[in-house]
Ligand binder design. Structure first.
Ligand code: NDP
Ligand code: MG
Length: 391
């Protein structure tokens, strides 16, 4: 049986991974699961899957988890890093945010050979260091992000001399909003994605199109491809996930239902494929449409290109990611308005200047912390100014 751990098992991706494990119990031995605060679901999953270890990252819930697990053999580990360090044949990383990076690095360094990686923030921030460590330790990273899973699958068969890759974007819930409507965009509307049902943070990222901005950097790091060869196209139906374009004008596109079960299952069974019931019915699909990104209303994608073409792409990728995590949280807690998310990220990038070289995980953590502090300062100043204006 394949030994597997899932970190972030209680989230949108994590739950789908757990479902796949439950449907294929004879193939997998579950070693560890983790959550941030949802101890009840974590306990339920651990019992169902007969997991050996669990971790709850928010220590406030440690006692609750302990009580729920009384009478079972399931052990509680103190830290996410501890379970990431247990070598397994497959580690599924479904944590959100840069919190996923340290466990990924620990897993690589401790002998895990395959990582199915949904956590795009760790690819964005880990950059060259992450892939260098993976190479040195012989760890295969398989992306779960649907666009990157698509490109990964295409390149596996046709990796030679590609001209460019194209990532599709649904356009999010505000695709047809005017500038005026964007100004007043509410949290609820921003959380309601037309095609994908996802966690809160990535839903907001999708509404600002920062999700695609992160994905451009993710693709650059994953496939070692020049930023000028990465394009984004809006495709609201989300049936085509990624396209590789070859010099003779041939386009290889991957089509599948917009259901994350597919890329998760692919990453889990790679290099094989499992049978699934999510089949695409093209006749029912009727139309597939495409349009260019409106960079004026959605400046995020250009911001990522600017970062990748800067003098320190690795550093500014971390700044962009950190500023975005802080700004999304500020939007969700009513500290800033929707359009201010990108404004604040821009300010953080323009004002970050005190670090230029990354050689270790602690450099990344330092840049992340500094960027968060700068971003929060901009947000606090904004809130103060707005309060004094309204007085
Ligand atoms: P969710 O918010 O639904 O789930 C996040 C998971 O991580 C939960 O298990 C959560 O625990 C845990 N978690 C949250 N914060 C922390 C932390 N600080 N430390 C440790 N664990 C934490 O996110 P999604 O499943 O939507 O996304 C997960 C990742 O996958 C993201 O990086 C996202 O960009 C990427 N992704 C997601 C897609 C999707 O369809 N959802 C598509 C493509 C990529 P708890 O439940 O207790 O809060
Ligand atoms: Mg994606």
């Amino acid at each position: 049986m394949k030994k597997v751990s899932v970190i972030g098992s209680t989230g949108s991706i994590g739950k789908k991974a757990v479902d796949l494990l439950l449907h294929n119990r004879e193939e997998y031995k579950v070693i560890a699961l983790s959550a941030y605060s949802n101890f009840a679901l974590l306990t339920h999953q651990a019992k169902l899957l007969d997991a050996e270890y669990v971790v709850i990252s928010n220590k406030e819930f440690y006692k609750n988890l302990k009580e729920e697990l009384l009478g079972t053999n399931i052990k509680i580990e103190a830290d996410l890093i501890n379970i990431a360090a247990i070598p397994v044949e497959l580690l599924i990383v479904a944590v959100v945010g840069i919190a996923g990076l340290e466990p990924v690095i620990h897993a690589i360094e401790n002998g895990t050979k395959t990582i199915a990686l949904a956590n795009k923030e760790s690819i964005v921030c880990g950059g060259k260091l992450l892939f260098k460590k993976a190479k040195e330790n012989g760890t295969q990273i398989i992306p779960i992000d649907s666009e990157h899973s698509a490109i990964f699958q295409i390149l596996e068969n046709n990796g030679q001399c590609i001209e460019k890759i194209i990532l599709t974007a649904s356009g999010g819930p505000f695709l047809n909003y005017s500038n005026e409507q964007l100004k007043n965009a509410t949290i609820n509307k921003a959380l309601t994605h037309p095609t994908w049902n996802m966690g809160k943070k990535i839903s907001i990222d999708s509404a600002t199109m920062m999700n695609k901005a992160l994905e451009v950097i993710e693709a650059h790091n994953l496939f070692d491809i020049n930023p000028n060869k990465i394009e984004v196209i809006v495709h609201p139906e989300s049936v085509i996930h990624g396209i590789a374009v070859y010099p003779d004008g041939t386009n290889f596109a991957l089509m599948a239902l917009p259901d994350m079960t597919l890329p998760i299952s692919y990453a889990m069974s790679w290099p094989q494929r499992s049978a699934l019931s999510c089949k695409l019915d093209l006749a029912k699909q009727n139309t597939l449409t495409f349009q260019a990104v409106d960079h004026e209303r959605f400046p995020a994608v250009n911001l990522s290109i600017k970062v990748l073409n800067s003098h320190s792409p690795d550093v500014y990728s971390i700044v962009l990611n950190a500023a975005n995590e802080v700004a999304v949280n500020a939007f969700l807690t009513l500290q800033i308005e929707f359009l201010e998310i990108i404004e604040v990220i821009n300010l953080a990038i323009e004002n970050f200047s005190n670090y230029t070289h990354i050689s270790s995980l602690s450099d990344i953590i330092y840049i992340d912390r500094e960027s968060r502090a700068i971003t929060q300062e901009f947000i606090d100043n904004k809130t103060c100014n707005q309060k004094s204006l309204s007085m």
